[in-house]
Design a binder for this molecule. Sequence first.
Ligand SMILES: Nc1ncnc2c1ncn2[C@@H]1O[C@H](COP(=O)(O)OP(=O)(O)OP(=O)(O)O)[C@@H](O)[C@H]1O
Ligand SMILES: [Mg+2]
Length: 257
Amino acid sequence: MSEPILEVTGLNKSFGPVHVLHDVDFTVRAGEVTALVGDNGAGKSTLVKCVAGIHPMDSGIVRFNGDPVSVHGPRDAAKLGIEVVYQDLALADNLDIVQNMFLGRERGGAWLLDEASMEQAARDTLASLSVRTVKSVRTPVSSLSGGQRQTVAIAKAVLWESKVVLLDEPTAALGVAQTRQVLDLVRRLAEQGLGVVLISHNMADVFEVADRIATLYLGRMVAEVPTREVTHGQVVELITAGRSGDLGLARPETATV
Ligand SMILES: Nc1ncnc2c1ncn2[C@@H]1O[C@H](COP(=O)(O)OP(=O)(O)OP(=O)(O)O)[C@@H](O)[C@H]1O
Ligand SMILES: [Mg+2]
């Protein structure tokens, strides 16, 4: 088992009177894909946004490579190498692939950007991920398909040498071929040594690419298990009932003992 690169312990988060995350522990390991599953409203996106510094945590500790860190905003997260790829991709439609990948971190002086070096880096990164469906890195993002946009967003994370990439339902809107492309990419990120978190409602995808499966149920982390030790049915039970046999929440009759 590889080392934890990102560890969250005792995370609580409320929105006003609504307590969304309850004492959540969550571990991301380098070189592994961790699937984060749970029903609609279970708190998956909220967990990711807390880790990414978008929502402040009410309580909890985040460790990066074993050291406690404070993440008070997206910049803190980016500095640590934590990158989030949201479903509603934060790409600028009017810009091309290179401009999107370097947005806010352009190379060159104030008056003259180093276009050639940025273009080459964008091309190299896509090639390193075996992305072949994008014809030119000067294509405006508005003319890309959903899968290609997802690919560019993920490649951006790789370009910036991220250590942890969190993907919030990257395949939800994609067709069969594009889903395949993104799942391959997810695996490749882990093979490059990154810690990858995949939020997905698709059990087939989860079982195909994830090394471990973490299940949130009504804001509680009820199980974090190696994929090979559970069946589809068990994970579905964990998602819908919070437990499955010995896994997950204790049975009500034993919990009170
Ligand atoms: N900004 C917010 N303000 C108030 N409540 C919120 C906010 N964001 C999320 N919530 C609430 O927190 C709970 C968890 O939402 P979250 O988006 O984390 O769920 P999710 O597991 O990602 O669900 P889905 O699978 O539908 O994406 C929901 O009850 C939701 O209404
Ligand atoms: Mg969500």
